[in-house]
Ligand binder design. Structure first.
Ligand code: V47
Length: 364
């Protein structure tokens, strides 16, 4: 076996543990974040990525659908959310939502990713009817819908438990939950940026409740704003502990903060080195997560491509219409074609594999 070369000699003890398949701890997570040796950290993450997935890199043919941006939370990092009645607030009707689905029925979409805000007064039936109606139009599609924050909000408004809410949504066609709304599990950060949002404990409870009902979920971390590296490591360790208990997380997606049009517009957002290191450290600490995704819409296709050499095995999908990141200043395209995704992956020395939401292989 060829030994990696490290500029940072402090990486050697971590290498020994990664080679042995041993679990890394808090201090090792911090050493990785603090290491100046980006390529060394990336090489460690690649050892894990290649052990799990070889040269495979996944993508999906998906459609994003943001049904409303009206939200009671008013998070400082968000350029998408609006209060009801505020300029720029929107709310699609069921007819408009179904029209967006109908407009792309000719495409081989396998997943519709549905996210909105915490709307103050949409009735429970709206969410159920939306899922049922989309399923009637596209029976085979997987609906990855509503973050844990939205689910808790809908449950509270309807006066029913989270378990009952998830069961009703599952009955209407819900297939899994996207990973949004986790932000950073730090009370210091949340008191400052999103004091009224569902707590970290609440976010984890909804996710674990979904797992117990047989629904997979994803997990995210919004980084590159006011959080510390210690708080990032804490976030990853909390996710890892939750996954040890219920095992239903499929993918972890670090979300690179985009400051434009937000209350934090004086910040710069993360650097490319920070993006790559965060993905690599996530691959190393989250030893019980099958997949690490680089969401190309936030990172840009070029950095998402490079990230395939830093522990990442998934670049998300075709997308086609994305509002959350673009309203916060993303300069990336609205979508990528299947051919573009495959070329991007192949050029990074990986084998492109089209997947469905549950990572079953699709032959294109
Ligand atoms: O919950 C909000 C984040 C999330 C900003 O599960 C921001 O596969 C950056 O969760 N800059 C929504 N991020 C997106 C999301 C997601 C995306 C792609 C795939 C998956 C998945 C999940 O975006 C929000 C919030 O955490 N966000 N504002 C911003 N200014």
């Amino acid at each position: 076996m060829v030994l990696p070369r490290f500029q940072d000699q402090a990486l050697w003890p971590i290498y020994e543990k990664v080679a042995a398949g041993s679990r890394l701890h808090r201090e090792e997570g911090l050493s990785l974040f603090h290491s100046p040796d980006l390529l060394g950290v990336g090489a460690l993450a690649q050892m894990v990525r290649e052990r799990l997935h070889g040269r495979k890199a996944y993508y999906i043919y998906n459609q994003h659908l943001n049904y409303s941006n009206i939200c009671v939370n008013g998070c400082k990092f968000c350029a998408f959310g609006r209060r009801a009645g505020e300029e720029g607030a929107y709310e699609l009707t069921l007819t408009e939502i179904f029209a967006k689905v109908k407009a792309r029925l000719h495409e081989p979409i396998t997943e519709i990713h549905i996210v909105g805000g915490c709307h103050p007064d949409l009735p429970f039936a709206f969410y159920v009817d939306m899922l049922r109606g989309i399923k009637a139009l596209r029976p085979q599609v997987h609906l990855q819908a509503f973050t844990a924050v939205e689910v808790a909000h809908v449950a509270e408004k309807a006066g029913v438990s989270v378990a009952e809410t998830l069961a009703a949504l599952k009955d209407a066609g819900l297939g899994s939950l996207p990973g949004g709304g986790a932000e950073v599990f730090s009370s210091r950060v949340r008191e400052n940026l999103c004091p009224t949002k569902l707590s970290p404990q609440g976010w984890l409870e909804v996710s674990q409740c979904a797992h117990r009902l047989g629904l997979n979920t994803n997990a995210t971390m919004l980084y590159g704003h006011i959080e510390t590296l210690e708080e990032r490591v804490e976030h990853l360790l909390k996710l890892r502990a939750a996954q040890d208990e219920t095992g239903g997380f499929l993918t972890f997606i670090p979300l690179a903060f985009h400051p434009h049009n937000t209350a934090l517009s004086s910040l710069n957002g993360p650097s490319a080195v920070d993006d790559l290191k965060t993905l690599a450290v996530a691959r190393l600490l989250l030893d019980n997560f099958p997949h690490i995704k680089a969401f190309w819409v936030m990172l840009g296709p070029k950095l998402a491509q490079i990230s395939l050499c830093f522990g990442v095995d998934d670049v998300d999908g075709t997308v086609m219409e994305e509002r959350i990141t673009h309203m916060a200043g993303a300069q990336t395209p609205q979508g990528l074609s299947r051919a573009q995704l495959r070329a991007l992956i192949r050029e990074a020395g990986c084998e492109p594999v089209e997947r469905d939401t549950l990572y079953r292989v699709i032959e294109p």
